[in-house]
Design a protein around this ligand. Structure first.
Ligand code: ZN
Length: 98
């Protein structure tokens, strides 16, 4: 159990909602009302926002390979030209413009 840094009261974990409707956890002091978000809670809400920005695109067969169509918005944002690096990650691949 955490104690409040202001008054040493008991910090209780609560659930809040961002203006975008994303739930997040935070601690509120039962005594003075001080509210804090720890690193784990912050990472959780950041991850939810990251997933909200995802794009769903179709893959197309290209011989034994698969082609991925990159939306125009992302081409402009990341300045994709004619070559990329594909970096394997834990849950998928990262496509980075060269
Ligand atoms: Zn307090």
């Amino acid at each position: 159990m955490k104690n409040c840094s202001e008054c040493k009261g008991k910090m209780i974990e609560k659930v809040g909602k961002t203006p975008e409707g994303v739930n997040y956890n935070f601690y509120r002091c039962n005594n003075c009302g001080e509210e804090i978000v720890n690193m784990k809670q912050l990472h959780n809400v950041a991850e939810k926002y990251r997933i909200m920005r995802k794009y769903n695109v179709k893959l197309s067969k290209w011989g034994l390979s698969l082609g991925i169509r990159i939306p125009k918005e992302l081409i402009d944002k990341y300045e994709f030209k004619d070559e990329v690096s594909i970096i394997p990650e834990k849950k998928g691949i990262l496509v980075v413009p060269n």
